[in-house]
Design a protein around this ligand. Structure first.
Ligand code: GCU
Length: 628
């Protein structure tokens, strides 16, 4: 009898704890592809990438559709599915020296990556196995394009030396349906010393680009096109020659057109033509008047919000203005302003919020600023992998819910055996969190492990908003690296739009920026009903209150609290939420493999401290005016 109990407990233990060490390198691709799948090509399927799954049979029009279908089968899909967006593109902000702008997971997998290389070439090394694995991960979630270098682009990317490297990468990615694009520096012809100007209307410049494009297509026949950051944050652009964004974009578009290439021209601009204007208004001021002037292979690529990837922004009104210009949304997967690779923040709810304001049918594609690097687990934080995953899944189908996506990711990433995830841990709900200032509602209900993790993911973005930017207070991050709070940040030698004090303008009476019709009138750039809704302090949703309004400290919020008390409530709630996440994670220890448990646990500890740092720094800074 004793022996039976002993054996049974061993079995339970082995179910509960995955025997194999896990380092996160396998991402969500931890299950072998079943060998008995029937694959059928069917020319009557409506598009190239879609698939139909019935039982274990996958039907598609092309090999690529079959590949997408196989991964869909692995995650348990049945029925028919077609990609919503034609362009599902990752943007890597990778520099040619191997560093990554806003990259928090090690150096570039594409450039100068000697650490994990197997294949030597003259100028840099290319780890083809690693890139293949990257390609598989992207294909498994439907991503079909990648921009290989930083938008702050080095002109050198267009030299033969680097184009040869691009060709090698493109060759590895091609079988996975991933097309390669490049960011280009608008000043390239001049910077490379080949023409003495980069004026887009100059015949020599136009010829230079035509020749360059021809050279590119010779080595990469299915090259996708260019991504351009022009006249923004010090980058060269058509303004340097008195020309417009349309002149610049069209010149590149003309060069690419014969080969079917596109130009993704970014609208993230400020401080150039409209310097001095409220920064959130400058994209509309600069681009709206150009609508209708772009070639048909130019796409305007805009960040989801009008400022810069804050944890919560209202949607960017540029999406209301361009009636004749195809548009793409640029989302940021790397968590520049969301705790980088140190905070657990699941971004799908933020992206869905954006889609609730900007109808996906307005867009031809989605770009995501990648969070991928040479780190063994690819993204720095095991849970940041979920953001790469969610980006791909939403680019395929923006109507998927955050919950559905998180569930898919969890079941593929943490344990393929549902029995382990769904067992009822007896101790899980029994203790209140020691660090919790408020009792968690979650812990009062019996729940499965799977739903505990799901709950952490789904609450994580709002928690981050609460401890970093309650009520729409924004951009009070530390200079340059954007990690941590700096509400008093001001540097006389910096543009004022880079200084935190510009964004909260707190004094003893009030806080916030008046962007209503009596202030900068940023609200006037929105379509109805949002224009009126945001313009009036009484109807403005509270999550955007300090984004659009300058509000007295004594103002009563909807809860009846004063603004000051309401702010404190949010900061405290954010901290309590992170405490709860850490508590839940502690309880899950027996069910999660050791390495990943330890690594996430360490990061959650850090996040707890950092949430407190945000709360305490901001409340201390704002307390003086608030008390007076
Ligand atoms: C932000 C970010 C920069 C980046 C820029 C962009 O400002 O901090 O590193 O270059 O966005 O999107 O172009």
């Amino acid at each position: 009898m004793n022996k039976i109990i002993y054996l049974a407990s061993l079995l339970v233990l082995s179910m509960a704890k995955t025997a194999q060490a896990e380092d996160g390198s396998r991402l969500w691709l931890r299950t072998e592809m079943p060998e008995d799948i029937t694959l059928c090509l069917d020319s009557t399927m409506p598009d190239d990438d879609g698939y139909r799954i019935s039982g274990k049979t996958v039907t598609a029009r092309t090999q690529m559709g079959l590949l997408y279908g196989k991964y869909a089968l692995l995650r348990g899909e049945q029925g028919e599915s077609h990609p919503y967006f034609k362009l599902r593109i990752l943007n890597h902000w990778d520099n040619l020296d191997g560093t990554i702008e806003r990259g928090y997971a090690g150096n570039s997998i594409f450039w100068n990556n000697s650490q994990r290389s197997t294949l030597n070439s003259k100028h840099s090394t290319l780890n083809s196995q690693l890139i293949k694995k990257y390609a598989e991960a992207c294909a498994s979630i439907g991503i079909n394009g990648t921009v290989l270098n930083n938008v702050n682009a080095s002109p050198k990317i267009l030299t033969q030396e680097y184009l040869q490297q691009v060709k090698k990468i493109a060759d590895i990615l091609r079988p996975w349906g991933i097309r390669v694009y490049l960011s280009v520096n608008f000043g390239s012809p001049k910077a490379l010393g080949e023409v003495n100007t980069a004026d887009p209307l100059n015949a020599k410049v136009r010829r230079w680009w035509q020749k360059k494009v021809k050279e590119i297509y010779k080595v990469i026949p299915d090259f996708g096109g260019f991504l351009v950051k022009a006249n923004s944050e010090g980058q060269p652009g058509p303004f340097d020659y008195g020309r417009t964004h349309a002149d610049g974009a069209n010149m590149l578009a003309d060069a690419l057109k014969p080969y079917g290439g596109i130009v993704m021209w970014r609208s993230f601009v400020y401080g150039a033509k409209h310097q001095g204007e409220d920064r959130v208004k400058q994209a509309v001021s600069e681009f709206a008047e150009l609508d209708g002037q772009f070639r048909d292979n130019v796409i305007l690529q805009s960040k989801n919000g009008p400022l810069d990837f804050q944890p919560r922004e209202p949607y960017a009104p540029i999406f209301d203005h361009m009636k004749h210009t195809p548009q793409m949304a640029e989302l940021q997967i790397t968590q520049e302003y969301l705790g980088q690779s140190k905070h657990l923040v699941y971004l799908a709810p933020m992206w869905q919020e954006f889609f609730s304001y900007v109808e996906p049918s307005r867009l031809v594609g989605i770009a995501g600023v990648a969070n991928i690097g040479l780190n063994t687990n690819w993204c720095g934080h095991h849970f940041s992998q979920a953001n790469w995953y969610a980006f791909g899944r939403l680019a395929w189908n923006p109507t998927l819910t955050s919950e559905q996506i998180a569930q898919e990711w969890l079941s593929q990433t943490f344990d393929s055996k549902p029995s382990a995830l769904n067992s009822q841990p007896s101790t899980l709900n029994s203790q209140p969190s020691a660090l919790n200032s408020q009792p968690s509602t979650l812990n009062s209900q019996p729940s499965t492990l799977n739903s505990q993790l799901l709950s952490v993911m789904l609450r994580s973005r709002e928690a981050c908003v609460d401890y970093m930017m309650p009520l729409g207070l924004h951009h009070i991050f530390k200079f340059d690296h954007h990690m941590g709070p700096d509400p008093g940040g001001f540097k006389a030698d910096y543009p004022i739009e880079w200084c935190p004090v510009y964004y909260h303008r707190a004094n003893k009476d009030s806080i916030g920026v008046d962007r209503s019709s009596s202030g900068t009138n940023a609200t006037g750039q929105y379509r109805e009903p949002y224009r009126s809704l945001y313009d009036n302090i009484e109807t403005c949703p509270e999550e955007y209150l300090l984004w659009f309004h300058r509000v007295p400290w004594t103002y009563r919020t909807k809860s009846g609290l004063t603004l000051w008390d309401e702010m404190q409530r949010h900061y405290n709630k954010g901290v309590a939420e992170v405490d709860d996440f850490a508590y839940i994670w502690q309880q899950l220890k027996p069910y999660i493999d050791e390495q990943r448990w330890e690594e996430v646990n360490g990061l959650l500890r850090f996040q707890q401290q950092d949430a407190r740092l945000w709360r305490d720094t901001c409340l201390k800074y704002f307390a003086f005016p608030a008390r007076n």
